[in-house]
Design a protein around this ligand. Structure first.
Ligand SMILES: NC(=O)c1ccc[n+]([C@@H]2O[C@H](COP(=O)([O-])OP(=O)(O)OC[C@H]3O[C@@H](n4cnc5c(N)ncnc54)[C@H](OP(=O)(O)O)[C@@H]3O)[C@@H](O)[C@H]2O)c1
Length: 328
């Protein structure tokens, strides 16, 4: 009897609301091309970027269909031309699977460029592997993109978020004193557990005083909400403090040029999809080093089945307080 070579895949063929455009279908299992591998997936990780892309808020060309999700983990089961066959059977974490590629990780298998498939060290399980990708690589770039932070003070705005929590862990691993902000006591505890030395509620009117009292001023700020926090960032900075902005949360703001000049604040912006290849490679290798040394740990997670993909996307859009993983 012929074995059916099909797999389950969540997919959409036009952008729009999750309930209108997402379905779970049986489709042919893809074969890897040159410089690609095929991964039998264990977990698919969901990030805000995945639901924004599916909703159509980021302009992307689409083929006949798109399987969502950049991040995931699993085991390499076939390699394409130019890839060492010894990698078959390797446990891996995956990044950028759905970037310029139909085969995101919300399926039983994905095919992906070998450069975006990284070995999981023995100390890291597959669940943890699926939480790395977008958040950890973004965090490494934001924290270490201008050089070491050993002995520096890093402020992570939103230190309980996907990127923010990874930024706290990476900054601590890299030898910084870390100040984090978060809203509720539960969220503050997440940042504390990640290693933050000081955690404050970003809604507290005394926060500027509290940060100054705790650390004086800060050297680097990892910023998730510039419109809400620019004034705070100015008040806790000193000449040459760098603010790295990785999110476009809220409405765009007018830049107070004179105030920024006087303060000597340096604003940097980054988007994972467009950062220079060499800087991306550096950030990935920093994540690998931190992972190998046990510095990246499991965030609070909520699990979904592939058939519940619509609910998973809607939960992410509602501002999930945990990372969302699909079990495959
Ligand atoms: N540039 C890139 O390449 C890149 C990469 C990854 C993510 N992103 C974007 O970055 C954003 C965050 O992603 P994520 O995965 O980290 O999302 P997330 O897990 O939902 O985290 C969002 C965080 O923002 C915090 N926050 C909201 N308002 C704040 C404020 N005024 N001050 C301080 N913190 C505040 C929240 O804190 P509480 O929960 O404590 O309220 C939460 O921790 C998304 O818009 C995503 O699309 C961009």
């Amino acid at each position: 009897m012929l074995r059916m070579s099909t797999m389950r895949a969540a997919r959409y063929s036009q952008v729009g609301p999750a309930a209108s455009v997402l379905s779970v279908d049986q489709i042919p299992i893809p074969k890897p091309g040159p410089n690609q591998v095929r991964v039998k997936l264990a977990f698919s990780g969901i990030n805000p970027t995945d639901v924004k892309t599916r909703a159509g808020s980021t302009a992307r060309d689409m083929a006949d269909f798109q399987i969502p999700h950049q991040d995931g983990s699993g085991v390499i089961d076939i390699v394409g031309a130019n890839v060492d066959p010894a990698r078959i059977g390797e446990r891996v974490w995956i990044m950028l699977s759905a970037f310029d590629n139909v085969y995101g990780t919300a399926a039983d298998y994905c095919i992906v460029d070998v450069a975006n498939v990284r070995p999981l060290p023995e100390n890291a399980d597959l669940e943890l592997g699926a939480t790395l990708g977008v958040p950890a690589v973004t965090a490494a770039y934001c924290v270490l993109g201008d050089g070491p932070v050993d002995g520096k003070v890093v402020l992570v705005q939103g230190g309980a978020g996907g990127v923010g929590r990874a930024a706290v862990e990476i900054a601590k691993w890299a030898g910084a004193t870390v100040v984090a902000t978060a809203s509720t006591p539960e969220r503050q505890e997440v940042a504390r557990q990640a290693g933050a030395d000081f955690v404050f509620d970003y809604r507290d009117p005394d926060i500027i005083f509290d940060i100054r009292e705790a650390v004086g001023s800060v050297d680097r700020i990892i910023e998730v909400n510039l419109p809400a926090n620019l004034e705070m960032d100015l008040e806790v900075s000193k000449p040459d403090t760098v603010v790295v902005i990785y999110a476009s949360t809220g409405a765009d703001i007018q830049i107070p040029t004179r105030q920024l000049m006087t303060a000597g604040l340096i604003l940097e912006f980054m988007l994972l999809y467009t950062v220079a290849a060499d800087k991306l490679a550096t950030a990935v290798s920093q994540v690998e080093s931190a992972l190998a040394e046990g510095a990246l740990t499991m965030p609070p997670v909520r699990y979904f089945e592939l058939d519940d993909i619509v609910s998973a996307h809607e939960t992410q859009e509602a501002g999930a307080p945990s990372r969302l993983l699909i079990r495959l």
